[in-house]
Design a binder for this molecule. Structure first.
Ligand code: SAM
Length: 197
């Protein structure tokens, strides 16, 4: 879902970039993020700062997608060397089954009304043994944030317990999970081939 104006502004801010660069990326790296020679899809790429960080890890290919036209236009302007698409994560049909080694999400599922469908699509496009690195806030923190900053997150049933359950239903195994004050970070592995399930 489109971001509210205050959240859109916050996502372009220097503190957001510093957090992504000096906090979230190093934790993902400690948790096992390795993209060298990998086919990578970033969901909810925003204005492209994540793309610049992820591409430092030398993937074979990188595509960032986001549902919000304004974000993708900014991403294309900021980082013309990378590929970005306007696309809803609930429908990844333009990507073949088992075509991606890694999918990365920096705080996006809690914005998607049918976030379970997005996970199902991610599972489909991941290769067996492919990795999903994701970070999301807890439901209670989203409500707290909205009460102070009026970001107006969509009213979904997203929560970390429901997320863990849905990952498991999809045959995605949590390799490790790290709680931090604002975000919980996951390294997830796809166990089975969709073709054999
Ligand atoms: C909280 S922002 C995070 C942006 C960026 N990943 C970052 O960490 O700065 C959430 C992003 O998810 C995008 N988004 C929301 N719903 C989406 C959907 N259904 N499919 C793809 N992207 C979506 C928003 O447009 C926004 O750019």
């Amino acid at each position: 879902m489109k971001l509210s104006t205050p959240e859109f502004r916050a996502m372009q801010s220097i503190p957001r970039k510093l957090g992504q660069r000096f906090f979230e990326m190093p934790i993902f790296r400690q948790m096992g993020l390795d993209l060298q020679n990998k086919d990578v899809l970033e969901i909810g790429c925003g204005s492209g700062y994540g793309a610049s960080l992820l591409n430092q890890l030398q993937p074979k290919s990188y595509i960032g997608l986001d549902v919000m036209v304004e974000q993708v236009e900014l991403a294309g302007k900021n980082y013309p060397q990378f590929q970005f698409l306007i696309q809803d994560a609930e429908d990844l049909s333009q990507f073949a089954d088992e075509s991606k080694d890694a999918v990365i999400i920096f705080g996006v599922l809690h914005h998607i009304p049918n976030w379970r469908k997005a996970i199902e699509e991610i599972t489909r496009v991941l290769k067996p043994n492919g990795r999903l690195f994701l970070e999301e806030p807890r439901g209670v923190d989203i409500k707290f944030f909205d009460s102070i900053f009026r970001w107006g997150h969509p009213d979904t049933d997203f929560g970390l317990k429901a997320l863990d359950e849905h990952l498991s239903i999809q045959g995605l195994k949590i390799v490790n999970k790290r709680w931090t004050p604002l975000l919980t970070m996951y390294h997830v592995r796809k166990i089975n081939s969709v073709k054999t399930v």
